[in-house]
Write a protein that binds this ligand. Sequence first.
Ligand SMILES: NC(=O)c1ccc[n+]([C@@H]2O[C@H](COP(=O)([O-])OP(=O)(O)OC[C@H]3O[C@@H](n4cnc5c(N)ncnc54)[C@H](OP(=O)(O)O)[C@@H]3O)[C@@H](O)[C@H]2O)c1
Ligand SMILES: *[C@@H]1O[C@H](CO)[C@@H](O)[C@H](O)[C@H]1NC(C)=O
Ligand SMILES: *[C@@H]1O[C@H](CO)[C@@H](O)[C@H](O)[C@H]1NC(C)=O
Length: 331
Amino acid sequence: MFVVNLTLENKMIELKKYYQSLNFVGSCCMAVTLPWIVFKVFRAIYLQRSHNSLIGKIVVITGASSGLGEALAHAFYKRGCQVVLCARRRQELDRVRTELLQTHCTVQTFPPIIIPLDLSEYNNLSQHVTKILSITGHIDILINNGGVSHRGHAVSTNVDVDMKIMLVNYFGSIALTKAVLPSMIKKNQGHVVFVSSIQGLVALPERSAYSASKHALQAFGDSLRAEVASKNISVTVASPGYIKTRLSLNALTGSGAAHGQMDKSTESGYSPEFVSERIFTAVARKEKELVISTMLPKVAIFLRKYLPALYFFAMEKRANKADFIEEATTK
Ligand SMILES: NC(=O)c1ccc[n+]([C@@H]2O[C@H](COP(=O)([O-])OP(=O)(O)OC[C@H]3O[C@@H](n4cnc5c(N)ncnc54)[C@H](OP(=O)(O)O)[C@@H]3O)[C@@H](O)[C@H]2O)c1
Ligand SMILES: *[C@@H]1O[C@H](CO)[C@@H](O)[C@H](O)[C@H]1NC(C)=O
Ligand SMILES: *[C@@H]1O[C@H](CO)[C@@H](O)[C@H](O)[C@H]1NC(C)=O
């Protein structure tokens, strides 16, 4: 009897201890999860608010006839922005506009405006901006997205091709920005976005012209950001990894011809919608820069900065491998 009682008592004490420890673990969990839940709720409210803060904004998007620019047009249009679609091909811009008008939206929408323009005609861009301003009155957000890529060795790339890529990706974008800025400064508000690339942070072989143009864009963006901060103008530089668009098909080879091939890396890249959503959020939250990529490119950016020898070595290997493939396919 006595033994039984003792074990029962022991059991009770054990149970009590167990219960207390559970209680302790429970309160620890609560101490962690409660703030986490509160954080999540506030974040959701904050995000919703910042998304709504873009309702009615006038957003000029270059390269809106295809790929990421087209997806950006959808992202901003469906949140109630008035989008101004710019690119060379009027027909494609018309197609995008028609598709936008057909989408079902939960907020009030504004009819998209089409402005055909060529970024390489940088002297004409201020006329296009004057035209946009005469229609809309002002510009809230400028997204410099239009661009062209490069495929080929530096030594066999015509300097005209280097210039063409620099003209579209860099000079065209900065000329448009310079044409838009005075109206933003006058209004004491605005936001300029530059769509750079991972290759604006780390250069790859066989992409010298493209990488150089995107590096230039990064530097321009950083410099401008500091200058216009006091004018209540934000600058966002977005650096995405591969996106499944027509970029590699439209890339220029050393002779200036279109590459005409869908590269494997581009084919297996992010969807344009995924990247455009990330950029939309970054604009809504006024993020200064964002890198949209998997782990490997982030490691490459880190290595380039802190362990450059390793990055140089990896790029050399990559270049040799590409040469081997090129030789094999031209034989
Ligand atoms: N795809 C990727 O893997 C990737 C990765 C990182 C960054 N990006 C960047 O994302 C941006 C959009 O490219 P995408 O991937 O969407 O390629 P895309 O499908 O080839 O689209 C390029 C856009 O730029 C426009 N464009 C090209 N040359 C132009 C010019 N001279 N004047 C005006 N517009 C011009 C094109 O329109 P028109 O032909 O009608 O003029 C088209 O709308 C580029 O800046 C690119 O560098 C792409
Ligand atoms: C654009 O500039 C080119 C020269 O760079 C000129 O020939 C053309 O007429 C201009 N277009 C417009 C619409 O002003
Ligand atoms: C700064 O710009 C934001 C919009 O981006 C605007 O809501 C705010 O009123 C502006 N602030 C001032 C002081 O003009």
